[in-house]
Design a protein around this ligand. Structure first.
Ligand code: AMP
Ligand code: MG
Length: 324
C-alpha cells in the first residue's frame, strides 16, 4: 500500500529499504520509521543539526526533550548511568514500550538539544524487530518523537505519517520506512529514574502497577506544563543559573553576549552568523551551557526572529529569562 499523495517517499521495509533509511540517518537526514508504539520521526541523536530538523518538521512550538532509541541494553549503558533500579526495570521491560529517564553520562556524546539542555536522557529499546534492525544498521542512537505535526494524533501507519508531515524538500522526512501498522498503537510509558524518587511522567502500555511491582513507591507526575509542578518536575526544563536577558543588542559590563545574525560583533558565541534558525536551534543548548560557567554576571541574547523554529527558541529563552 502506498499513499496517493506521497508515493515516492514510502519505502518497503526490506533489506535495501532498511539500508537506505540508515544511510539517510548517517548523513544527518530525517526519516520516519515504525516502532511497536507509533511511527517515530528519527534523526541521529549525536547530531545537533539533525535533531533541530525534527522540531522544524513537527512545527513544535517548544523544545521538549526527545526519546533516544537504541538496539540493546549495552548501547543504553554507554549513554546513561544505570543504578540498580534502572537495571531491574530495563531487564523487566526492555525491549518494549517503556522509556526510562536517567542521568546522561558525561561521555555520552549526545546532542544537548535532544535533552532540551537537561543532564538527563530518556532511553528506550523498542520491541519492534524492524526498529532494532534499523538501529543496528544505522550504528547511532536515534532520537525520535512521534512522526506527526505538533498537535495532531500519533501516526500508526506510514500513510498517517505522509498525511501529517511536510514533504521532503519542505522540511519533511526524506523517506518513510513502511513496516505496516504498529502493534501497540500507543506512546511508550515514560518513567523518570534520574532522582531518588521514581516518577511516572507519562502513562502508557506498561502500567503504573507493572512498574510499582519493581520500584515500590512511584510518584505520578503531572506532565502538564501549565499545572503546578510536583517536586522533581522542577528540573524538567533547563534554565541557566546565570541571569539571562533577551532581545539584547549589546552586552552590559560583565555580561556575555550570545549573538544571532551579522549584527553581533562583540558576541562570545553566535547562534547563527548567517541568521539560520535551524543552526541556531542546533547550537542553543550547547552554547547556553558553555556560557553558564559561573564566570559571567549575565548572559545577554540577541533578538531571534519569531517565525518557524524561532518560536521554540524564543519560548525557551523567555522562560529561562523569567527563571521559571
Ligand atoms: P514524544 O516526544 O511524544 O516522544 O514524548 C517524549 C516524552 O518523554 C515527553 O513526555 C517528554 O517530556 C519525555 N521526556 C523525554 N526526555 C526526557 C527527559 N530527559 N526528562 C524528562 N522527560 C523526558
Ligand atoms: Mg507525540
Amino acid at each position: 500500500m502506498s499513499s496517493a499523495s506521497f508515493p515516492s517517499i514510502i519505502v518497503n521495509a526490506d533489506n535495501p529499504g532498511i539500508e537506505r533509511t540508515a544511510r539517510v540517518i548517517a548523513n544527518g537526514g530525517l526519516v520516519a520509521f515504525p516502532t511497536e508504539t507509533v511511527y517515530g520521526l528519527g534523526a541521529n541523536a549525536r547530531d545537533d543539526r539533525a535533531v533541530a530538523q525534527i522540531f522544524e518538521a513537527k512545527n513544535r512550538p517548544r523544545f521538549n526533550p526527545l526519546i533516544v532509541h537504541v538496539p540493546t541494553m549495552e548501547d543504553a549503558r554507554r549513554l546513561a548511568e544505570f543504578d540498580d533500579r534502572a537495571e531491574e526495570i530495563a531487564n523487566a521491560f526492555w525491549p518494549g514500550p517503556l522509556s526510562i529517564v536517567l542521568p546522561r553520562r558525561a561521555d555520552a556524546g549526545l546532542s544537548f538539544l535532544v535533552s532540551a539542555g537537561l543532564n538527563t536522557i530518556a532511553l528506550r529499546v523498542p520491541d519492534s524487530e524492524l526498529a532494532r534492525e534499523l538501529l543496528t544498521v544505522a550504528q547511532c542512537p536515534i532520537a525520535a518523537p512521534s512522526a506527526n505535526r505538533s498537535g495532531e494524533v500519533s501516526p500508526t501507519t506510514a500513510e498517517h505519517v505522509a498525511q501529517s508531515l511536510p514533504e521532503p524538500g519542505d522540511k519533511g522526512p526524506s523517506l518513510i520506512l513502511d513496516g505496516g501498522p504498529c502493534s501497540v498503537g500507543l506512546e511508550s510509558t515514560v518513567v523518570d529514574l534520574s532522582e531518588p524518587m521514581a516518577s511516572l511522567l507519562r502513562p502508557g502500555g506498561i502500567t503504573r502497577e507493572d512498574l510499582a511491582c519493581h520500584l515500590g513507591t512511584l510518584v505520578v507526575a503531572d506532565s502538564d506544563d501549565t499545572a503546578p509542578r510536583s517536586p522533581g518536575m522542577m528540573t524538567r526544563h533547563y534554565a541557566p543559573a546565570t541571569p539571562l536577558r533577551i532581545n539584547a543588542t549589546t552586552a552590559e559590563p560583565g555580561e556575555a553576549l550570545l549573538g544571532f545574525g551579522d549584527n553581533a560583533n562583540d558576541a562570545i558565541y553566535n547562534l547563527s552568523p548567517d541568521g539560520n534558525l535551524t543552526e541556531a536551534a542546533a547550537n542553543l543548548f550547547a552554547m547556553l551551557r558553555d556560557l553558564d560557567n559561573g564566570t559571567h554576571a549575565g548572559i545577554a541574547v540577541a533578538p531571534i526572529p519569531k517565525h518557524g523554529l524561532g518560536q521554540a527558541i524564543n519560548d525557551r529563552l523567555k522562560r529561562a529569562a523569567k527563571k521559571e
